[in-house]
Design a protein around this ligand. Structure first.
Ligand code: ZN
Ligand code: ZN
Ligand code: ZN
Length: 318
């Protein structure tokens, strides 16, 4: 972040140049270049040109007035300065706050995420959100964070990664600081929590999937639930899953994909020994972490007999 007092006058000049000189110059040029449009006599010009003239004059007028207002009293009126002034101590101004943020911003141990249009930065003292038109700053010691929403994007053959996006509301006890939302990928959640001093509460009871395998497990379960089910012979008793020893085994591998003797999968003759969650974890653990796009179509050996199976072959016991 460049120091605001050096970059803002430059930015305002750039805006003035774009908004004023170019359109106004264009209009002036067209007066001579296209006399048939009657641009020199404003009342004769077409509606489109009148609108254009309106924007060519009004916009720069507003922007230069605004720029003038902002620049008064050493840029104290600028929205950025006002945002920062909330944190200023009585003896120092917003510039001291800006330089504190600047210093922390330069450290490599800050947490940063988000696209350039909605960047979130967490430093030792500050939580900052920078959007194209807005800057939100909150001091870590004043804030409460709450997970308010989660969106999950499923693992499909055409998207590379299953992702879960979390929306976290940052509210400050300082009445001058408006609450704002930050959005991040669930895999970054652990890193964010490390950088924060305040705990994050979970209003929406969102299950946060912090790893790719966690995310995959949900997809795996929903796909397996669509497969045909298996009913055990009445003489057979089901034992606890040998993975977790908690849930009763509820999975049987039956080759459902393609023809019985075709393809990569083989029939597994093991008795049911695993629960759905453990089987999903096993399936995920055998995958190439660098290529999640291959996960759904992959073949994995049965944990006991090594016969290969795919997701279509995992049957839930009813
Ligand atoms: Zn289990
Ligand atoms: Zn087997
Ligand atoms: Zn198969």
């Amino acid at each position: 972040m460049a120091a605001p007092h050096t970059s803002y006058p430059l930015m305002v000049k750039a805006i003035a140049l774009n908004c004023f000189l170019f359109p106004a110059g264009y209009y002036l040029g067209m007066c001579f270049a296209a006399p048939e449009k009657h641009l020199c006599f404003f009342y004769l010009a077409s509606k489109e040109w009148k609108t254009f003239f309106f924007f060519a004059v009004l916009l720069p007028a507003v922007s230069s007035t605004l720029a003038y207002y902002w620049s008064r009293k050493g840029w104290n009126n600028h929205p950025l300065a006002r945002t920062l002034a909330v944190y200023a101590l009585p003896q120092s101004g917003w510039r001291a706050v800006a330089s504190s943020i600047n210093t922390e911003f330069r450290r490599i141990d800050k947490f940063a995420t988000g696209a350039p249009g909605a960047r979130v930065i967490v430093t030792d003292t500050w939580v900052i959100k920078v959007t194209t038109y807005c800057l939100h700053v909150a001091q870590q010691q004043d804030i409460h964070l709450t997970v308010t929403d989660s969106r999950q994007h499923e693992l499909t053959p055409d998207s590379n990664m299953p992702v879960q996006f979390l929306t976290i509301r940052v509210a400050s006890v300082n009445p001058y600081v408006k609450a704002f939302d930050i959005r991040l990928n669930s895999t970054e959640y652990g890193e964010l929590r490390e950088k924060l001093r305040a705990p994050i509460s979970n209003a929406a009871n969102v299950v946060i999937h912090q790893s790719l395998s966690d995310l995959f497990l949900e997809t795996f379960t929903s796909l397996v639930e669509m497969n045909q089910t298996y009913s055990v012979p009445s003489t057979q008793e089901l034992e606890p899953c040998i993975g977790c020893m908690q849930t009763i085994a509820n999975i049987k591998l039956i080759k459902n994909c393609q023809e019985p003797n075709e393809g990569e999968c083989q029939q597994c003759y093991c008795r049911p020994m695993w629960c759905l969650t453990c089987m999903g974890k096993w399936f995920a653990s055998r995958q190439d972490q660098q290529h999640p796009e291959t996960w759904l179509s992959s073949h994995v050996p049965c944990p006991t007999c090594r016969a290969k199976f795919c997701i279509l072959d995992v049957c839930i016991i009813r």
